[in-house]
Design a protein around this ligand. Sequence first.
Ligand SMILES: [Zn+2]
Ligand SMILES: [Zn+2]
Length: 302
Amino acid sequence: MSECYLRFWGVRGSYAAPHESHLGVGGNTSCVEIRCDDHLLVCDGGTGIISLGEELMAQSALSELMVVFTHYHWDHICGLPFFQPAFSKNWTIKFFGPGDTAKDIEKRLSDQMKAPYFPVEIETWMADIQYLEPHNNGLAHGPIGISYYNVHHPGVTYGYRMQVAGKSVVYVSDNEVQFLKTSIAKRIHEFDEDEHELLERMVDEQRSSEVSAIEGVDILVHDAQYTPHDYSRKRGWGHSCYVDTVNLAIDAGVGCLYLYHHDPTYDDEQVAAIHRDCLQIIRERKSDMECHIAREGMKIPL
Ligand SMILES: [Zn+2]
Ligand SMILES: [Zn+2]
């Protein structure tokens, strides 16, 4: 029997938050496992990937995996130096992420392990490590089809769309739905009527491209980091207010939304309050979209 699932190993944004008050949601940073029989795809290598690595070392059925990175901010790569399969010659690991060449990917992943930041460099990795060249038409890992697109986050950042077991899954860990370039936001009060109109058109176009990227997907895992109050102070940081995330997902006809990349300062109660408010928005908009909190350890059958 075929077994396909998605499992959350890390759901925090920015930095790990292993406080007792946070553990209902989980303290580790971004890492999601997508498994289809003996094919394993991992999205991001935050601290969540460390426990995944430990589990993989305790089994023998699987010896190959692919990791795709949305980008190289610390919260998405800092578990990698502790990922045990990389240090084992039994494993084959393929890495993919933003970069013009495979060499770019290698450089970005290896730099964080250079002295004086880490005791051993990537030369100590024993696994068969392969860095994949850009694949503009998408790539595949066994039966899992993977495509990617640019999202709004400082530096080049990808959102990933996976086709697995007849389901579509989109993973967008870091994305500011209402993104406005800070240079524009700062000058907005100086704009005349024509410039305002132009700006509105730009924002509309941006929004429709965001909607089409996730249109009708079965499962959307999306940045919902901030409350409206915190977002008002952190516009341009590259993360979404949950109100914008839930409205975007409803507009795109998403089947099920997982609120992701939780702010490390929010405890379980604050994340639960965000979830309650999202459910209220969904009711008010008379949508039948499902919406859940992404929690560490949660396994979703595909
Ligand atoms: Zn992040
Ligand atoms: Zn980031």
